[in-house]
Structure formats: structure tokens, C-alpha cells
Unconditional design. Structure first.
Length: 145
């Protein structure tokens, strides 16, 4: 069964992070981002790999699912290394220093990103069930069922 993520669920001034809900590295990173996001700018979807309906303007996100982290901000869809950099910049504060990585050629940054992504299960492990948020995260982590 698909769960539709509608516009009212994610306020227009917020951003959406779609991550692999089975990947331990990805889940722990999402937990870190939830704690680091003091301004509560980020919403998260733990993607179990099922078909879903995303907010309008995010149709290209569906094509990227499974291969990369996806970040949607102001209708713009970012993936792979670009998504990681944009997420950190969105956190604000000292995290904006990561904007310097925009100067690294995208091809190089994506090569490193994809190398880690290909090996993430072997290096960090894989959950048997999709990530479930803790009690402090439930308002910003959406689970697709």
C-alpha cells in the first residue's frame, strides 16, 4: 500500500531528505541530522523501496530512489554528493562552511559518494526492517508503508 506524502504534511518552508531506511549508515546519519537541525528545517522519509507519491515538483525524485540520498528544497531535487552538501548548508550555522565543497568538481565528489554508497551495507550493515523513528523524531520522520 502506498502512502501519499501531501503538501500539508511538509510545510513549504521546510526541506525533505529521502534516505535508505534499511542502511545503518543512512539511518544513523538521519538521526544525527535530526539532532543537529536546531531550526527544524528538515523532514525525512525512510524509504523502504516501495512506490510512493511525493510532493508536487518532486517527480524526478522517484527516478533517483534506491541509488542515492535525495534532498528536496524549494522544489529543487539534489542527489548524491550534491544532496549531502546542500543538506549540511541547510542546517545553517557553522555547517554552511561545507559550501566550499561546491568547488570540488561534481564528477569527483560523486565518484567518492558512489564508492561509499556501493559498499555501505558491507561496511556498516543493513537492517532487517526499515528505520523507525524514536519518540523525539516522529513529527519529522515520515514512513512510507
Amino acid at each position: 500500500m502506498n502512502k501519499s506524502i501531501s503538501e500539508p504534511t511538509i510545510p513549504p518552508d521546510k526541506s525533505l531528505v529521502i534516505f535508505d531506511g534499511f542502511c545503518i549508515l543512512c539511518s544513523r546519519t538521519a538521526g544525527f541530522l535530526l539532532r543537529a537541525d536546531k531550526q527544524r528545517r528538515l523532514f525525512f522519509i525512510a524509504d523502504p523501496g516501495l512506490p510512493a507519491v511525493f510532493p508536487s515538483g518532486a517527480s524526478q525524485a522517484d527516478a533517483l530512489r534506491g541509488e542515492s540520498i535525495i534532498f528536496i528544497r524549494n522544489g529543487n531535487v539534489f542527489s548524491a554528493s550534491e544532496a549531502v552538501i546542500e543538506i549540511l548548508i541547510t542546517l545553517g550555522g557553522g555547517w554552511k562552511a561545507f559550501s566550499v565543497f561546491r568547488l570540488v568538481p561534481r564528477q569527483w565528489a560523486n565518484f567518492i559518494y558512489r564508492y561509499i554508497a556501493r559498499n555501505r551495507y558491507r561496511w556498516f550493515g543493513k537492517r532487517d526492517v526499515c528505520y523507525m523513528p524514536g519518540s523525539f523524531e516522529t513529527d519529522r520522520v515520515l514512513i512510507l508503508k
